[in-house]
Design a protein around this ligand. Structure first.
Ligand code: DP6
Length: 372
């Protein structure tokens, strides 16, 4: 697939108005995307668990307008107008208009809410941009159905809807392209993963051992403040970074390791790869110019406690991190009783106001309604 494959013939019969609702999950990367080229192309492949509970629910209402010279939209979060979100969506619309020719034809109202608190330090861009991309794809689908005959629609590849939704979501926020489906998603070309692409996420196509079924993720909210470094600035720091090339190669190697780990179910090797990825992400930030330390003292307290507990019990608990201070504690479902007790008794004390979120591997986005 190339970018051109996502440009369709103009569709002559388009909807006048309507609304559509999709919910889309967040995801947590095991091998991290950190560094990108022009056009939201990742410097290295990444792989993530799709989450179940941390979701964005977006209703997109649309009505035809006269003046088609510019994009027109309003954004609401939990019923409150959010003009601060507009620049990011304006940029998103600009990037995708080549692929969705109707964008200037409608006035849009975007009403969005998250199942996790907005000020929790959890990035909502992955779930938010993927939910919006899916709503837009639904409008495209309806417009195509009105404009072409059934045979032509059937000729469209069955995967087209999800693939294009992921392709569009990527242009909103890179990691968003991994939030369309579950439960293990690869984004970025990797020589051992058939069908992998820099343009969109795909479902991990090989065997996954039962050890990873229902894998648990308890998110410890160490710092609920605004992100100290926006991801756009963060990715930029990988340009001319002294260790960039080695890091990008390492991500390829770590995905190769995970292919073997997913097959064998080797949790000890899984832990090594995942924790090393998390610490490498932060090491990249500490060694860029300018440099940042995004962990907080409590992040380190938690990491040390996890290591101690793992050594004492032999249980397969580990952590990963995003570009912030919060800690994702990952563990197999079969050990969740003892590990969750430990989290509650020993780790929650390090969270801001004792806040944490229980999540686990999930199955991707769902359409809730379409009215027109
Ligand atoms: C550390 O997807 O938020 O979470 O493409 O600029 O929107 P943009 O970046 P974004 O970066 C996510 C970085 C990460 C690692 C990951 O999710 O792979």
């Amino acid at each position: 697939m190339t970018e051109k494959d996502f440009i369709l013939l103009p569709y002559p019969n388009t909807l006048e108005e309507g609304s559509v609702t999709w919910e889309s999950p967040s995801n947590i990367a095991l091998v991290k995307y950190w560094g990108k080229k022009k056009g939201q192309i990742p410097e290295n492949p990444s792989i993530s668990f799709t989450l179940s509970n941390c979701k964005t629910i977006t209703t997109l209402s649309f009505s035809k307008k006269e003046n088609t010279t510019k994009f027109e939209f309003d954004v609401y979060l939990d019923g409150e107008k959010k003009d601060a979100f507009k620049p990011k969506i304006q940029t998103f619309f600009k990037r995708i208009e080549l692929y969705l020719p109707f964008l200037r034809d409608y006035h849009f109202v975007i009403e969005t809410s998250n199942t996790f608190p907005h000020s929790s330090g959890i990035a909502s861009s992955a779930s938010g941009m993927s939910a919006l991309a899916l709503c837009l794809m639904e409008i495209e689908k309806e417009n195509i159905m009105r404009s072409f005959n059934l045979q032509e629609i059937e000729d469209l590849d069955k995967n087209y809807f999800k693939q294009k939704a992921s392709f569009l979501a990527r242009l909103g926020s890179g990691s968003a392209c991994r939030s369309i489906e579950g439960d293990l998603i690869v984004w970025g070309k990797h020589k051992e993963i058939k069908g992998s692409s820099d343009l969109f996420g795909i479902k991990y196509p090989y065997q996954v051992h039962d050890n990873f079924k229902n894998y648990q993720d308890t998110i410890l909210l160490v710092d609920k403040g605004e992100k100290q470094v926006s991801s756009t600035i963060g990715h930029d720091l990988m340009h001319n970074h002294p260790f960039a090339d080695k890091r990008f190669m390492q991500a390829h190697d770590n995905i190769s390791k995970l292919i073997a780990i997913f097959k064998s179910g080797d949790l000890i090797e899984f832990i090594k790869t995942v924790e090393s990825e998390a610490l490498t992400l932060h090491a990249m930030m500490m060694t860029s110019m300018p440099y940042f330390v995004l962990m907080k003292p409590n992040t380190l307290e938690i990491i040390n406690k996890i290591w101690q507990f793992r050594q004492n019990t032999g249980l397969h608990i580990c952590f990963t991190l995003d570009a912030g201070a919060n800690v994702h504690v990952l563990y197999p479902e079969s050990e969740s009783g003892k590990i969750f007790e430990f989290i509650k008794n020993e780790l929650v004390a390090y969270c801001e106001n004792g806040h944490y979120i229980c999540d686990r591997i999930g199955f991707g986005a769902n359409q809730l309604t379409m009215n027109n």
